[in-house]
Design a binder for this molecule. Structure first.
Ligand code: NAD
Ligand code: UGA
Length: 457
């Protein structure tokens, strides 16, 4: 098929690469010329394990990028993958989606039935909205000459390739039978695992145990599909907020949250995933998606009090971490604190809306000198927060230099293998707060560190 992905960010670039790998002629459209040049040059515009490999392999043959919408004319399926950030009132900013819809409308082909897919995370009713915009700009009739459907994306950054090729479910939201037929054909290789380039698949970062993996292809109406996405993200956020609250209680009671999470997760109804403590969930998705869902529920007089509580609880988690540091150092003013991890999780360069941002801003208000490091996220963090007076360090060891405290916010695996002995001798006071209970606690304590995790009494 001729597939188009509008937006070459964390969703669009991976989606386009995956569809090209499945044998479709795929065009990425982005207004950002730098990203377009990256893809055409065979490079990934973002850091995502395995994506460079895939783009390098397909660029120039089945995959290309452009900053014009001309190819929409020949498309069978057009995926909208642009950003939907939060507005000040918490609702989703649909301006990028609307702009993309107008541009699609200007180039749609009256002779060809095109399926336009909302892959961006959008509020309920956006499929209908996009259809109206396209009708206005193209003069064509929705459902007859084109269809707008919902196909939310569930990939996780850092595992996007695996999630694209081996999704748990593919949700298709439309009652238009022609669109359903097109989507079924397009997704068939992903459901039946019919990837003709086996050699390439072997080189991608996909866990070995995928042979038995089952992907469920699930069809519903557009509104339900749109809400499935928000309901899923909010549910995961609730789960993390819950374990983080249990962590706070556990610490007060003298029990061990890592064991508690394990003991809970062994119940298959609960499951072990998303019970990892942290300084709170963050990133470009959970905060904005819980915000939008909550705002919509309030607008309709059906407030999701559980989601509201999860958001509040998450904010308390930041404060809980700051309090721990404050209790330890007594006075924050004039102290130096090293921060390990600026991204919202490991294996991504995405530094949008991270816990690090909140915690660093807080520490600066207390008069702390902040030194930071992240293996992949420094560039984006610095670009987003150029006003923050913090020291960007070349490596983690440097971050600890003469620090009164070292705080691990993101559990990059390389942080486990640091020269901890050297760090011990360079720190002013060897206090570590490990907000992910990730570092080798016993070994660090034996070295002389004052090591604290979260939720371990
Ligand atoms: P992103 O900011 O990384 O990428 C969006 C891209 O769209 C940018 O490159 C931007 O230049 C481009 N763009 C904006 N307006 C455009 C236009 N009119 N025409 C062409 N290109 C345009 O965003 P993202 O993280 O990929 O997220 C995209 C959507 O997918 C959001 O709604 C998000 O909630 C959802 N989502 C994201 C993830 C994730 O892990 N990041 C996962 C699932 C769903
Ligand atoms: C999340 C969802 O997991 C994806 O299914 C969804 O597609 C995506 O949002 C989206 O809509 O954008 P992602 O944001 O990449 O994916 O990251 P997660 O792995 O879900 O982590 C989100 C945040 O929760 C991170 O800050 C992470 O560190 C934190 N987290 C996660 C915990 O604190 N504990 C956990 O056990 C798991």
């Amino acid at each position: 098929m001729n597939v188009i992905c509008i937006g070459s960010g964390y969703v669009g670039s991976v989606t386009a690469a995956a569809f090209s790998a499945a044998g479709n002629h795929t065009t990425v459209i982005d207004v950002d010329r730098h990203k377009v040049d990256c893809i055409n040059g065979g490079r990934s515009p973002i850091y995502e394990p395995g994506l460079d490999l895939l783009i390098q392999d397909k660029a120039g043959t089945l995959l290309k990028a452009t900053d014009t919408y001309h190819d929409v004319h020949t498309a069978d399926v057009v995926f909208i993958c642009v950003g939907t950030p939060s507005l000040a009132d918490g609702t989703a900013d649909l301006s990028y989606v609307k702009a993309a819809a107008r541009s699609i409308g200007e180039h749609l082909n009256a002779e060809r039935f095109t399926v336009i897919v909302n892959k961006s995370t959008v509020p309920v009713g956006t499929s209908a909205l996009v259809a109206r915009i396209i009708e206005e700009t193209s003069g064509l009739k929705a459902e007859e000459q084109f269809a707008v459907i919902s196909n939310p994306e569930f990939l996780r950054e850092g595992f996007a390739i695996e999630d694209l090729f081996y999704p748990d479910r593919i949700v298709i939201g439309t009652t238009n039978l022609r669109a359903r037929e097109t989507m079924k054909v397009l997704y068939r290789p992903f459901v039946e695992k019919l990837y003709h380039d086996e050699e390439m698949m072997r080189r991608l970062p996909i866990s070995a145990n995928k042979n038995e993996h089952k992907t469920v292809y699930f069809e519903t109406d557009a509104k339900s599909a749109e809400l499935i996405k928000y309901a899923s993200n909010a549910f995961l956020a609730v789960k993390i907020s819950y374990i983080n609250e249990i962590a706070r209680l556990s610490e007060a009671l003298g029990s061990n949250v890592t064991d508690i999470a394990r003991g809970m997760g062994l119940d298959s109804r609960i499951g072990e995933k998303f019970l990892q403590v942290s300084s709170g969930w963050s990133g470009s998705c959970f905060p904005k998606d819980t915000g939008e869902l909550l705002a919509t529920s309030q607008k309709y007089g059906k407030e999701l009090t559980i989601v509201k509580a999860a958001v509040e609880s998450n904010q308390q988690m930041n404060q809980f971490c700051i309090n721990k540091i404050q209790n330890k150092l007594k006075s924050l003013n004039g102290s130096t604190i090293g921060i390990l991890g600026l991204t919202f999780k490991p294996d991504t360069d995405d530094a949008r809306q991270t816990q690090a941002m909140t915690i660093i801003k807080n520490l600066l208000q207390f008069g702390v000198r902040v030194r930071v490091h992240d293996p992949k996220g420094m560039y984006m963090f610095q670009r987003l927060h150029s006003e923050l007076p913090i020291d960007y360090c070349n490596d983690a060891e440097d971050t600890a230099d003469r620090a009164n405290a070292l705080v691990l916010l993101t559990h990059w695996k390389e942080y486990r293998q640091l020269d901890w002995n050297r760090i011990y001798h360079t720190m002013k006071s060897p206090y570590i707060l490990d907000t992910r209970n990730f570092l080798p606690a016993t070994a660090l304590r034996e070295m002389g560190f004052d090591y604290e995790g979260i939720g371990i009494g």
